[in-house]
Design a protein around this ligand. Structure first.
Ligand code: URA
Length: 235
């Protein structure tokens, strides 16, 4: 890889900015000042240093974000704040994207990465990666509804895969439930609950595969996946 590409990839600046740093002699490659931006470097083997700091190349980035309501799961939007706007300037990269979508008013766990292959695998209906949601529902969800979820519910002429409905709490008018899906159809939780004659009032994704929303990750915050979390996701 060319030295200027490497420096831009590790986030030292734009291609133009890093060329200036190289010209000024601020970059060393294997302890030698390197003044050619075309210098070929091997990110695995070469020691590349800027102002005493060794630079490490990372191809893929994985973040776990606690999405708040009011932001959209997109990389760009003309009207609304996007999940990418929650990233700091130093963590932001233009190739990051959210894996799947949560509705604008849905909160909770969203994986952000630049690893297209992993995203594809996690979203593939064939992989059946579990997505668990917590929902507050207007209306009382029943054992009958649980059976419907397991049998599958027809949405726009298509039967959903069997889903689980766990009823945590009910009052005379409301329910707190958890719903586990193995696919991700458009507005799926809201539509399945509606098919049972009730309405989702609040929705939060709390798990995707082995990846649970950490209790100490505040809304609007994100952190890199741990190695264990990443290994678990990749299966
Ligand atoms: N199901 C929904 O209805 N909305 C979401 O955001 C996610 C799942």
């Amino acid at each position: 890889m060319r030295l200027d590409k490497f420096l831009a990839e590790v986030g030292l600046g734009s291609r133009k900015e890093v060329k200036q740093l190289i010209k000024k002699g601020q970059i060393t490659v294997n302890q030698q000042v390197e003044k050619s931006d075309k210098k070929q470097v091997d990110p695995e083997k070469d020691s590349i240093v800027f102002q005493g700091e060794p630079l490490h190349y990372q191809e893929f980035y994985y973040y776990l974000l606690h999405k708040p309501a009011g932001v959209v799961s997109a990389t760009e939007d003309n009207r609304d704040q996007t999940v990418m706007d929650l990233f700091s300037a130093s963590d932001y990269r233009s190739d990051l994207f959210p894996v799947g979508r949560l509705d604008k008013d849905t909160e909770g766990l969203l994986l952000i990465t630049n690893d297209g292959q992993l995203a594809h695998e996690l979203l593939s209906p064939k992989k059946h990666v579990e997505k668990e949601y917590f929902a507050e529902v207007d209306g009382v969800m029943t054992a009958e509804d649980q059976k419907c979820f397991v049998a599958g519910i027809t949405l726009d002429g298509e039967l959903t895969l069997p889903a689980e409905l766990l009823i945590d709490e009910t009052t005379e008018e409301k329910s707190k439930v958890r719903i586990i899906l193995h696919e991700g159809k458009f507005h799926q939780v809201k539509r399945m609950v509606k098919a049972c004659g009730k309405e989702v009032a609040y929705l939060k994704r709390i798990r995707m595969g082995n990846l649970a929303l950490p209790k100490d990750l505040d809304k609007g915050n994100y952190r890199p996946l741990t190695e264990d979390e990443l290994r678990g996701l990749k299966g």
